[in-house]
Write a protein of this length. Structure first.
Length: 234
């Protein structure tokens, strides 16, 4: 059966057999089979789709968060495991403890962009957990550990995508400090461009674009020169 898991028609037929209650097949036994298949073929989407079907049939997700956590610890870039985990959390309303798990992943690997994405996913869907000022502090904590790690910078910027940087002065204050502390970090200057542009401070925005284009991010010099021209025209 394991070799046939890639054959869509075979997997579909397997689901039909399992869904037919007259067959009296043990769905928990099938979950055990799926655990083996996920281990052998962790990036085969059919395995995960089949597991979703079983969880829906059983209406029981009690083992799924631990199972997906183990899979992600094996491979933090396993998109299917992350997507399945998000489906479980959303379907069974399991938001409240996920931030703790995400922090475990980030302590293990602060550059795990999938874990940063998971944190953003949770807070975007569970407004009762979101404290923007607390999340700003959380981002800054990880930036201080590794200033050139792009992930927490993107997360920090994403926190205010529906607001204004001016509403959270701690961000600009930190960026000014970071520009002194980490003078060759392009990410801080990139964020300072956004902040200056929001404030309509053309001279500061243009100066930051020049720093990026000529010194810190020369591979994207054309982009920063474009940003500078756009700033000066507005």
């Amino acid at each position: 059966a394991g070799k046939l898991i890639y054959a869509l028609d075979v997997v579909s037929y397997r689901r039909l057999c399992l869904a037919n209650k007259e067959n009296k097949l043990d769905l928990n036994e099938e979950l055990e089979f799926l655990a083996e298949m996920c281990s052998e073929h962790p990036k085969n989407y059919q395995v995960w789709h089949h597991r979703k079907f079983l969880v829906q049939q059983l209406n029981d997700c009690s083992a799924e968060l631990d199972f997906t956590k183990d899979c992600i610890l094996e491979d933090s870039k396993n998109y299917h495991a992350w997507a399945f985990r998000q489906w479980v959390i959303r379907t069974f309303n399991l938001w409240d403890k996920e931030l703790e798990v995400v922090e475990e992943f980030l302590e293990k690997d602060p550059r795990n962009n999938s874990a940063w994405n998971e944190r953003y996913f949770v807070l975007s869907n569970a407004a009762h957990l979101l404290d923007v000022n607390k999340e700003i502090e959380f981002s800054i904590k990880y930036i201080r550990k590794s200033p050139n790690n792009l992930s927490p910078w993107c997360y920090l910027k994403g926190l205010v995508k529906n607001a204004r940087f001016g509403d959270y002065p701690a961000i600009e204050a930190f960026c000014k400090e970071a520009a002194e502390s980490y003078p060759i970090c392009p990410h801080v200057h990139s964020l300072l461009v956004d902040i200056a542009e929001e404030k309509k401070d053309k001279d500061s925005a243009a100066a930051e674009c020049d720093v990026l284009a000529t010194k810190l991010d020369t591979i994207h010099a054309k982009y920063w020169n474009y940003r500078k021209s756009r700033v000066m025209c507005n």
